[in-house]
Design a protein. Structure first.
Length: 266
């Protein structure tokens, strides 16, 4: 189900000389109440989610984000290859935002259970406001320091799939949060996510890149699909390429994997 139709916003992108910004610094203006100009960064998710339909208008209608569809398709293809029904997945959707990936998983692929997780309450409020039938539950939590109670609650869902779309790296979900979520997935479960293409480039020595590369090539993931595709357009209209990855988590991952991976020298 698509979010209830809302009025369109008057969105203005800044002049080209402001475009040389990191992806998490990019901003735009919206004109509200006739003339009031409000400046919002792409990563001011709280401000964006407070305005129904703005996230969809900006990232999906204007910047043509294709990632939930792409990651959902590859996940289904991997399960077909493994002769496992996607309808039996119990999914934790990390960095769920207002539910764009959740909508694809529930309505297009028919997963059995779906729990969202995000670090800001505005995301959960927007998901329940705009897509009330998508998530069975939704955690607002910082996965870098999940409380034992939250961890117990999460264990009770017996997740066998982790998804994270348009949410890893770039000041969003750090390696520790992703690793904690991955640890909640049962052995033989699935993981499906996307990352910016430079994260797989050896020249990128950020903690997140090192962790992801070590993980992909480790014995703990059995990769079914790794595909480079156009995630969305930049503000200037250039394609931004990402990798979508679907893998099976083969077994429990030692707790020190994260620290070891981030410490590895290339
Ligand atoms: C670009 S949105 C993606 C939302 C949705 N997955 C989609 O595909 O449209 C990134 C989301 O990640 C969330 N996020 C950022 N840091 C996070 C963290 N440490 N833990 C959980 N969620 C986080 C943000 O609040 C935001 O809702």
């Amino acid at each position: 189900m698509r979010a209830a139709k809302t009025s369109r916003y008057r969105v203005q992108f800044p002049p080209a000389d402001a475009h040389d910004l990191q992806q998490d610094e990019v901003f735009f203006h919206i004109i509200e109440n006739g003339s009031q100009e409000v400046r919002i960064r792409f990563h001011d998710y709280d401000q964006i989610y407070l305005r129904p339909g703005l996230y969809e208008q900006l990232f999906y209608d204007r910047l043509k984000c294709a990632s939930p569809t792409k990651v959902g398709e590859l996940l289904e293809r991997a399960l077909n290859t493994a002769s496992e029904p996607i309808t039996e997945l119990r999914v934790l959707d990390l960095g769920a935002g207002n539910g764009m990936m959740g909508e694809v998983l529930k309505n297009r692929h028919g997963v059995a259970r779906l729990v969202g997780a995000d670090i800001i309450v505005e995301a959960r409020d927007a998901a329940f406001r705009d897509r009330p039938d998508v998530y069975d539950d939704y955690y607002v939590a910082d996965f870098t320091k999940l409380s034992p109670q939250d961890e117990d609650l999460a264990q009770e869902w017996s997740f066998n799939c982790l998804t994270s779309v348009a949410a890893l790296g770039f000041g969003d979900i750090p390696p520790k949060a992703f690793f904690t979520a991955l640890q909640l997935i049962k052995p033989q479960g699935w993981v499906a996510f996307n990352i910016k293409e430079t994260f797989l480039d050896r020249s990128d020595q950020s903690g997140f890149s090192r962790f992801i590369r070590e993980l992909i090539f480790s014995e703990y993931l059995e990769v079914y699909h790794l595909e480079r595709y156009r995630h969305r357009l930049s503000m200037e209209g250039s394609p931004l390429f990402y990798y979508a990855l679907v893998a099976r988590k083969t077994s429990s991952i030692p707790n020190d994997f994260l620290t070891q991976a981030c410490a590895v020298d290339s």
